[in-house]
Design a protein around this ligand. Structure first.
Ligand SMILES: Cc1ncc(COP(=O)(O)O)c(C=O)c1O
Length: 484
C-alpha cells in the first residue's frame, strides 16, 4: 500500500471535477468517478493509495454521501478501486494491470533512427581540445597508483567552486566525484537506504532513478506533479509528513521529464518538513546550468539545510557530454568519507584521464554553457513550432530550461504511438516509462536535444502516424532502447 489520501487532499486534486469540458448530461457520481480515473491515469493519484471514507470525501467536496457512494461503486465496477469491508478502498488499475516502468535496455547505434528516447546533447566542440589538454596534464598523475576514491583534487575543487559561486559555500572535501549522476544516486542509496526503505519520488520522474530504487528494493511513494504547475506545495509537504519516508528524491531544476522549476519558497519548506520527519533529501541537479529565457534559478536546495539532511547530486552529462561519465555528490565531509568507503566495494574510483577532461571543460564553463543554452532554446522553439503546426491538439507547458518537454496527448495512446513511431524511424520514450504501474498514457516526453531540423522531421513523422493509430494492428518493438 502506498499510504492514504485525505478528503481535503483529494478534493484539491479533483479541482473543478464537476465542470470538466466534455461533461454533458452525465450524473455527478459518474463525473466524479471519471475524474478519479483521470487522476489515476495521469499518475497524480498513486496506485495502492487508500481513498478517504465516503463521508469524509462528501464533506470535503460539499456533495451528498450517496454521490460518493455511487462514484466509488462505479470505480469498483471499472476495476479502479478495491475495497475490503472495514478496511477501506484502495486505488488500482483494471485487471491489476502493471507495466514495468524501469529496466536497463541496451543501446542501439542506429544512425537512421531519430532518437527522442535519450535526452542528452552531442558533445560540444570544446571537448576535443579539453581532451588534448588533459593528456598533457596526465604525467602529473602517472607517478601514483591512480586510485582516488573521492576524485582528483583539481576536479573536486572545481566542482566545489561552482557550488560556492551559486551561493552555497562548499569545500573540496564535501565533494565526491562519481562516474555520472546515476552512479552518484546509486552510491547514495547504498549508503542511506536499507532494502525495503520508503522513498518519495515525483510522478512523473526520471526512469533510471526508478531503476536504481528498484535495485535497492525501495518502497516507492509518489507526489504527482500537475502538468502545468508542477509541485503542489501542500500536497508535497503533506505526503512527507504523512508517509515519513526515509528518503525523498527530487529534481527541482527543470525536472525530467516535465521541465518544472521549484520556487525558492517551496525549497525552504521542503527542507524544513524533511527535517521535521527525519527524511533525507537527494536533490538531483542534473539540469541546473541549463536555464533559458533569462530564467533565474533559485538558490540550491542545500542552502536551506542546517542539519545535513540534503545530499546534492549532479554531473557533466547534460551541459557537457554524457560520454564523459563524470558526476558528483555534494554532502558533508563525513558523509563523503562514508560514500568513499561504500565505493571501494563497487568501482574503487573514476578514471583519472576523464576527470582531467572535466577539469578543462569546467574551466571553460561560462562559454560552453552559454552556447548550450542558446542551442537548446533554438531547438526547443523549433520543437514547439512543429508541434503547434502538426499536432495542435497536444498541450505543452513551455519549459524554461532543461532539455525536455512533457506533452499531453489527445488520448491515452503514448505506448501505442511509441510502437508505431519505431516503424517510421522515430524512437520515443512513452509516458508510462516515467510513472509507476502503467499510468501516464496520456503523456509523452519530448527532448529537444537533436538538431532543429531532426526535431521538425520527427514531429512530422509522428503526426503522420498519430491519426492512423486506432486503425493500425498491434505492432511490436523492433529493438530495445536506452532512455536517459
Ligand atoms: C534527472 C537525471 N538524473 C540523472 C541522469 C543520469 O545522468 P548521468 O549521465 O550523469 O549518469 C539523468 C540523465 O538523463 C537525468 O535526467
Amino acid at each position: 500500500m502506498n499510504g492514504q489520501v485525505r478528503g481535503v487532499q483529494l478534493a484539491r486534486l479533483l479541482g473543478q471535477w464537476h465542470a470538466l469540458p466534455g461533461r454533458r448530461r452525465s450524473p455527478d457520481y459518474a463525473a466524479l468517478a471519471g475524474s478519479v480515473r483521470g487522476l489515476l491515469a495521469d499518475g497524480r493519484l498513486p496506485l495502492g493509495v487508500r481513498l478517504p471514507a465516503e463521508r469524509e470525501l462528501a464533506e470535503a467536496l460539499r456533495i451528498s454521501r450517496t454521490t460518493v457512494t455511487a462514484a466509488y461503486r462505479q470505480l469498483r465496477e471499472t476495476g479502479h478501486l478495491a475495497s475490503r469491508r472495514g478496511a477501506g478502498s484502495w486505488t488500482m488499475l483494471p485487471g491489476n494491470h502493471r507495466v514495468a516502468s524501469t529496466g536497463l535496455w541496451t543501446p542501439l547505434d542506429d544512425r537512421e533512427m531519430l532518437d527522442l528516447g535519450v535526452a542528452a546533447l552531442a558533445a560540444p566542440p570544446q571537448l576535443l581540445s579539453a581532451a588534448r589538454a588533459a593528456t598533457e596534464d596526465l604525467p602529473r598523475y602517472l607517478g601514483g597508483a591512480g586510485y582516488h576514491p573521492t576524485g582528483i583534487i583539481e576536479l573536486r575543487e572545481a566542482v566545489a567552486d561552482a557550488y560556492t559561486a551559486r551561493g552555497l559555500p562548499t569545500s573540496a572535501d564535501q565533494i565526491m566525484v562519481t562516474s555520472g549522476t546515476q552512479h552518484a544516486l546509486d552510491l547514495v542509496l547504498r549508503l542511506a537506504l536499507a532494502p525495503g526503505g520508503t522513498v518519495l519520488v515525483e510522478s512523473p520522474t526520471y526512469p533510471n532513478a526508478l531503476a536504481a530504487l528498484a535495485g535497492r528494493r525501495a518502497r516507492i511513494t509518489t507526489h504527482g506533479l500537475a502538468a502545468d504547475a508542477g509541485w503542489e506545495p501542500d500536497l508535497l509537504l503533506g505526503s512527507l509528513r504523512q508517509t515519513r519516508p526515509k528518503l525523498a528524491y527530487l529534481i527541482p531544476e527543470f525536472q525530467n521529464p516535465t521541465g518544472h522549476l521549484m520556487p525558492a519558497s517551496l525549497r525552504e519548506r521542503v527542507v524544513a518538513a524533511a527535517h521535521a520527519v527525519c527524511t533525507d533529501l537527494i536533490i538531483d541537479e542534473s539540469f541546473v546550468d541549463l536555464s533559458m529565457d533569462g530564467t533565474e534559478v533559485p538558490p540550491p536546495v542545500a542552502t536551506y539545510d542546517r542539519h545535513s539532511r540534503v545530499v546534492s547530486i549532479g554531473g557533466m552529462s547534460k551541459p557537457y557530454w554524457g560520454g564523459l561519465r563524470i558526476g558528483w555528490v555534494r554532502a558533508s565531509a563525513p558523509q563523503v568519507q562514508r560514500l568513499a568507503a561504500v565505493r571501494v566495494g563497487v568501482d574503487m574510483a573514476s578514471p583519472v584521464l576523464d576527470q582531467l577532461v572535466a577539469v578543462h571543460l569546467l574551466a571553460d564553463a561560462e562559454d560552453i554553457v552559454a552556447d548550450r543554452r542558446v542551442q537548446l532554446a533554438v531547438q526547443r522553439d523549433a520543437l514547439l513550432g512543429a508541434l503547434a503546426h502538426r499536432l495542435p491538439e497536444w498541450r505543452v507547458t513551455v519549459p524554461r530550461g532543461g532539455v525536455t518537454l512533457w506533452a499531453e496527448l489527445d488520448g491515452p495512446v503514448s505506448s501505442a504511438l511509441a510502437r508505431a513511431a519505431e516503424e517510421v524511424g522515430v524512437r520515443l520514450a512513452p509516458g508510462p516509462r516515467f510513472g509507476l504501474d502503467g499510468t501516464m498514457e496520456r503523456f509523452l516526453r519530448l527532448p529537444f536535444t537533436l538538431p532543429a531540423a531532426d526535431l521538425v522531421e520527427a514531429v512530422g513523422r509522428i503526426a503522420a502516424i498519430r491519426y492512423d493509430l486506432d486503425r493500425a494492428g498491434r505492432q511490436r518493438w523492433s529493438e530495445p532502447a536506452v532512455i536517459a
